[in-house]
Design a protein around this ligand. Structure first.
Ligand code: MD3
Ligand code: FE
Length: 204
């Protein structure tokens, strides 16, 4: 079942449920090579969400700004490879939402512990906004806020749960969005956390 949350944003509920344990196992492997870390924003604040990446490009932030880079700034080594399970899932979700040509080359992995949040923002660090973004939610549920093209546009709230996949394309690609502070809980497969995989086509 596909639900259009906004113009071009498709919610594929439970699309990743049957591969969720494979994905979580891969996240453990990736984070043993490139550990989760709290990156610093250009304004000097440490993010409450812990992040790592896999694939050819990784998203990073520090005092110098936001960007994609091919190496992990903590180790100087390339990011861990993108597992085939990640690539296949992202491509199948994009295809189901009408983007048969999407090939992700960047996967940002966000880890939320209780209280962690992501304030309203736009994703503008990619070069080509015709490529969609595919996001996969695992572990504890979170309340997602979805606005419009302007920061002050009204926001709608949606709960994203374990196994849910959303494909953000078309006009929604540049809409403001965020995650409310994570409520405490324990998830059978992921423990006291929410993991979000965000697949993008990046370029330097
Ligand atoms: C809507 N992550 O990493 S996923 C991000 O749950 C980010 O960790 C959130 O926002 C998270 O940038 C939200 C859903 C998401 C991702 C990208 C989007 C929604 C989006 C890009 C455009 C519009
Ligand atoms: Fe975002």
């Amino acid at each position: 079942k596909r639900v259009e949350m906004a113009d071009g944003a498709w919610l594929l509920r439970h699309h990743a449920l049957d591969v969720s344990s494979t994905l979580l196992h891969a996240v453990d492997q990736i984070s043993s090579a490139a550990p989760f870390r709290h990156m610093v924003t250009p304004g000097g604040f440490s993010m409450s969400v812990a992040m790592t990446n896999c694939g050819p490009f990784g998203w990073v932030t520090d005092r110098r700004g936001y960007r994609y880079q091919t190496t992990d700034p903590e180790s100087g080594k390339p990011w861990p490879a993108m597992p085939q399970s990640f690539q296949s899932l992202a491509e199948s979700a994009a295809r189901d939402a009408g983007y048969p040509d999407f090939i992700p080359n960047a996967c940002l992995i966000n880890r939320y512990e209780p209280g962690a949040k992501m304030s309203l923002h736009q994703d503008k660090d990619e070069k080509d906004f015709t490529n969609p973004i595919v996001s996969v939610s695992l572990g504890l549920p979170a309340t997602f806020q979805f606005g419009g093209m302007n920061r002050t546009d009204p926001v709608r709230k949606h709960v994203l749960s374990h196994g849910d996949v959303v494909v953000w394309g078309g006009p929604s690609r540049l809409f403001f969005h965020g995650i409310m502070p994570l409520k405490d809980g324990i998830h059978d497969a992921a423990g006291r956390a929410r993991i979000n995989l965000t697949f993008r086509h990046a370029a330097v």
